[in-house]
Design a protein around this ligand. Structure first.
Ligand code: FAD
Length: 468
């Protein structure tokens, strides 16, 4: 009997969740993640039934030496929620959400999606600041940062994290907060996949009407440059209560305006006084009158899933992200040129207005880079046909290269693709981590790594080698 068989028998005996192996009926579906370009074949997938299943899986990975991938929502574009010839710990069934409306605290199990959280908080007219697509996992999103419609009013998802429960590489369960294991709590908020398996998060929630003042101003291609220039001037006086996100894409549904690239200037008002929001959006509309607009009353839940249909599980994806301290004429010209050249359904880019509450958190308070960023660009190529891979990736790379001379240093790890996975062992990983976090934060992250995961058990991620 090989140690492998011993260890597998022990795993079956100790976990309550399902253990799937190649050949099992559901295995093929269970191994798939959101990005259709990722096609990995693990040896085992454990679908945890409770937090108690985590330590036995860690023990199994240590005993066998098999690489261990942790999966929350499986949306990581680099495909780090799975692994070839290793074991996947899938937490997707741990998706409970408990809301304490009095304390405005929300405890979320690590397999929950953003939609699970919004559905639980909305009846209390509360919201946790999360991302903009409802199927995304809260775990990966939070451990990298978390950018969404409430960022200017309430900051990143990590800025609203109060504590986390973590199972360490030793199997020990600990709590991380400002008061307990503060170094771990710091590392989790941006470098978070590297130190252990988070089993639950507790977040601060904020009052938000169930019907939000939110909508989209739509612009035809010839007016993009003019509208963007006026928009930048408008942002200089925009209050923190309004967050805007501009999407460039050929919409994947039948639009009255036709199948060509359009600029969608989305906004959400997070303030208590809706009339003030209407004044602000009137000011924006006056500065750059849209060709069309969608301003119907919107339920928060509906707004939070408005992008879902455009990004279904299984699309092929290759992404890049950059942050900027300004948006000037040459940058606007580059955005208009590249987004205007994108004439196929799917591939798109998002331009976020940052600042506000996001920028009032001190740079060294979390590992997340670039609190001084005023704008943020996600070039998120996605498409259906493998035959298009080369052309679509070339578009993302070309656009990204054109913006690089204007960009700030640092990278958002949640948007790094699989081609950004480090090659060249620890040296490659260290180089990539340096690009993402910069030297001072990397040094501090590596110290946290040495304390909590010195053997680098948690390495199927954008890795911080203990030696960095
Ligand atoms: C369609 C789409 C929309 C998106 N929208 C946004 C957005 O609006 N804002 C934004 O900021 N980002 C957004 N993202 C990026 C998103 O934040 C990342 O892809 C994130 O990694 C997804 O988390 P997940 O749990 O779904 O992914 P997974 O693939 O399950 O995991 C991601 C990483 O986290 C690790 N991990 C997962 N769970 C745990 C855990 N419990 N403990 C320790 N490590 C864990 C995994 O090992 C992996 O390295 C979007 C992504 C997609 C695909």
């Amino acid at each position: 009997m090989t140690p492998d068989i011993d260890a597998t028998a022990k795993l079956h005996a100790t976990v309550r969740g399902r253990v799937l192996a190649p050949g099992d009926a559901d295995f093929d579906e269970a191994r798939r993640v959101w990005n259709g370009m990722i096609d990995k074949h693990p040896r085992l997938i454990v679908q945890a039934a409770s937090a108690d299943d985590v330590a036995p899986v860690i023990a199994f990975a240590r005993a066998t030496g098999l690489p261990l991938a942790i999966r929350g929502g499986g949306h990581n574009v680099a495909g780090n929620g799975t692994v070839d010839d290793g074991i996947v710990l899938d937490l997707g069934r741990l998706n409970g959400v408990e809301v304490d409306p009095g304390a405005r605290l929300v405890r979320v199990e690590a397999g929950a999606t953003l939609g699970d959280i919004d559905r639980a908080t909305e009846p209390h007219a509360l919201a946790v600041p999360v991302g903009v697509v409802s199927g995304t996992g809260i775990a990966g999103l939070t451990l990298g940062g978390g950018v969404g419609w409430l960022i200017r009013r309430h900051g990143l998802t990590i800025d609203n994290l109060v504590s986390a429960e973590v199972v360490l590489a030793t199997g020990e369960r600990v709590r991380a907060s400002d008061a307990e294991n503060a170094d771990l709590f710091w590392g989790l908020r941006g470098g978070g996949r590297n130190f252990g398996v988070v089993t639950s998060f507790t977040f601060r929630a904020h009052p938000l009407d169930q019907d939000v003042f939110a909508g989209t101003l739509i612009y035809e291609r010839p007016r993009w440059a003019e509208a963007l220039r006026a928009y930048v001037e408008w942002t200089a006086g925009a209050p923190d209560d309004v967050t805007t996100l501009i999407t460039f894409m050929v919409p994947p549904v039948d639009w009255e305006l036709g199948d060509r690239p359009l600029m969608f200037m989305g906004f959400a008002w997070a303030g208590a006084n809706r009339a003030e929001g209407e004044v602000e959006i009137d000011r924006l509309r006056a500065a750059c009158a849209p060709d069309a607009s969608v301003l119907d009353p919107t339920r928060w839940l509906a707004f939070q899933s408005a992008f879902d249909a455009a990004m279904p599980k299984g699309v092929r994806a290759w992404w890049r992200n950059a942050s900027f301290d300004r948006l000037d004429g040459p940058m606007i010209d580059a955005i208009v040129e590249h987004c205007g050249a994108q004439a196929w359904v799917g591939t798109a880019a998002d331009l976020h207005h940052m600042g506000g509450a996001f920028s009032r958190v001190a740079e060294d308070a979390t590992p997340f880079p670039n609190r001084a960023a005023q704008f943020w660009l996600n070039i998120y190529g996605f498409w259906a046909d493998p035959a298009d891979d080369a052309a679509r990736i070339a578009w993302v790379k070309g656009f990204s290269s054109a913006m690089q001379p204007h960009a700030m240093a640092g990278q958002y790890v949640n948007f790094l693709g699989h081609e950004d996975a480090a090659t060249g062992g620890d040296d490659g990983a260290r180089r990539k981590a340096l690009e993402a976090y910069g030297p001072a934060k990397l040094e501090r992250l590596a110290a946290v790594k040495r304390r909590y995961d010195p053997d680098n058990l948690f390495r199927i991620n954008h890795n911080i080698p203990p030696t960095a």
